[in-house]
Write a protein that binds this ligand. Structure first.
Ligand SMILES: Cc1cc2nc3c(=O)[nH]c(=O)nc-3n(C[C@H](O)[C@H](O)[C@H](O)COP(=O)(O)O)c2cc1C
Length: 189
């Protein structure tokens, strides 16, 4: 038995093809994102989709950390924001970021299904991103992600510096199951 290939084979690429995403596929990604569960069905997420031609694109790119410079080449950069006060607060936990994450993961799985890839990022400056995209003050931007078709690194290998080559060759690893998953009580494997 194997788990869904969209989950097992999903990865966060650093090299994207320049190709735009077909409108029909983009619509399906949006549909997947909007059918995610959320606390009290608040649907806290608000997506701003920025393609290469968008007037906001260069200002948005200014907000990326140096380590995420690779994302400037991605055909789409997408920011997701929410109003913390409008989402659930239970046991002191603000669920807005959880709502956003569920929606993005739903989009990610659909993207994999459509032959697309997503690379999520936390490395960017929130005030730069907020003002670039016109998010009102009361919003927090939770995540920025790159979207597009993955490029085979071997096709562009000669154009890559050592850092990008290392990123492109990065092995996907996970901690052992027994360290993170318990039955009955914490620490019981
Ligand atoms: C919330 C979040 C923030 C992340 N931030 C960054 C980032 O700023 N830069 C980056 O290159 N990757 C970032 N990543 C990607 C992770 O490094 C990546 O998901 C992890 O190493 C596992 O690799 P995989 O997605 O290919 O399985 C982020 C992922 C998540 C979910």
């Amino acid at each position: 038995m194997e788990i869904l290939p969209e989950i097992k084979k999903r990865l966060s690429p650093v090299i994207f093809k320049k190709d735009v995403v077909e409108r029909e596929k983009m619509d399906m990604l949006i549909e997947a994102a909007r059918w995610a569960p959320s606390c009290m069905n608040n649907q806290s997420w608000n997506y701003v989709i920025v393609n290469k031609e968008a007037s906001t694109r260069s200002a948005l790119e200014e907000g990326l950390s140096r380590g995420n410079a690779w994302a400037k080449e991605a055909p789409y950069l997408i920011a997701v924001g929410a109003i913390p006060e409008e989402a659930c607060q239970v046991n002191g936990i603000p669920y807005y970021a959880y709502d956003v994450a569920l929606s993005v993961m739903s989009l990610v799985i659909e993207a994999e299904h459509q032959g697309l890839r997503v690379h999520q990022m936390a490395g960017w400056d929130e005030s730069t991103v907020k003002s670039a995209l016109g998010f009102p003050d009361e919003y927090r931007v939770v995540v920025l992600f790159a979207l597009g078709y993955e490029e085979d690194p071997s096709v562009v290998w000669n154009d890559l510096d050592d850092r990008m080559r290392a990123k492109a060759q990065r092995e996907r690893v996970r901690k052992p199951i027994a360290e993170k998953f318990f039955y009955g009580s914490f620490g019981e494997s």
